[in-house]
Design a protein around this ligand. Sequence first.
Ligand code: SF4
Length: 374
Amino acid sequence: MINLLDLDLEALSATCERLGEKRFRAVQLFRWIHQRGKADFGAMSDLARSLRDKLADQAQVLAPALIGEQVSADGTTKWLFDVGGGNAIESVYIPEAQRGTLCVSSQAGCAVGCRFCSTGHQGFSRNLSTGEIVGQLWFAEHRLRERLALPDGERAIDNVVMMGMGEPLQNYAALVPALRVMLDDHGYGLSRRRVTVSTSGMVAMIDRLREDCPVALAVSLHAPDDTLRDQLVPLNRKDGLQALLDACVRYLDAAPRDFITFEYCMLDGVNDHDEQARALVRLVQGRVSCKFNLIPFNPFPESGLKRSPRERVLQFADILQRAGLVTTVRRTRGDDIAAACGQLAGEVHDRTQASRRMSRPAIRLHPADAGVRR
Ligand code: SF4
């Protein structure tokens, strides 16, 4: 059976042709699936009965199976989906006054192993298929429309961030068709500015995304120098910060926004000193147009790390802002359901022995913190 959630419009058109149908039928079918949330071909009333019968024999619309739903007091909603083989992934909906954002997972687990990330500590099982990525949006959009009783044609989600479990650029072949479904006017019709791929900094893949499907880009920076970034984001050892910044500059040629968002997770005594804020300014200023998003760390026992105090985060932000860098501090949402950034953990049947790899010596503190804690 073909899962139609695996197909962007071009691939669905080719599938219709193989079924002996005109390509334009694919547009009707695509709209039924993504805009109206239908999985039952019998309900697709303007499709010829012969096509509906063929589809019922050979195709299905199959999103990952829902295991659990938690709704926070602030409206943030977290869904847990079964993706087979002992793996479960999570997606999070974050309602805001002006928009609804869905945070989508791209892998069951993650092989990058960032020190401050609970997904990284779980290890890696496998890449998600396009259908499993799109299926999170398909499910969430139509579930929310029903729950919020939205009028016909009004959508619940107008912003997607690929910031859930996984490094999206390590699952490139499935990611790009999924992005195309999100952007397609016959699908979800999202603006390129409202679809963000967040990466830990895979230089070659950033260049490929620029060519194939440039959407907004967020880069997890987390450190102002290679010595510290090598410890926090192990992938950094491959290319290093200078090559990463060069890739960001190249990306801006095609990007739908005129800046790159740098994510920076604030870790007490590790990367939150004034001097490190000044080093960040020197690193990016005059070189790459960017905004900083400072993220309060969400502690989990295995990390051995602590959240920076609020005053420290504000002082760090102040240094960046005074240097003319637009800087925001991320508000934590869904705290009561562990839905905040870096807390998505699902269930992962690890094939990488991540917990053993990551039980190496504790991270080195900034010299000023090595002796006495603030
Ligand atoms: S922060 Fe992102 S890239 Fe790093 S381990 Fe977590 S999911 Fe993977």
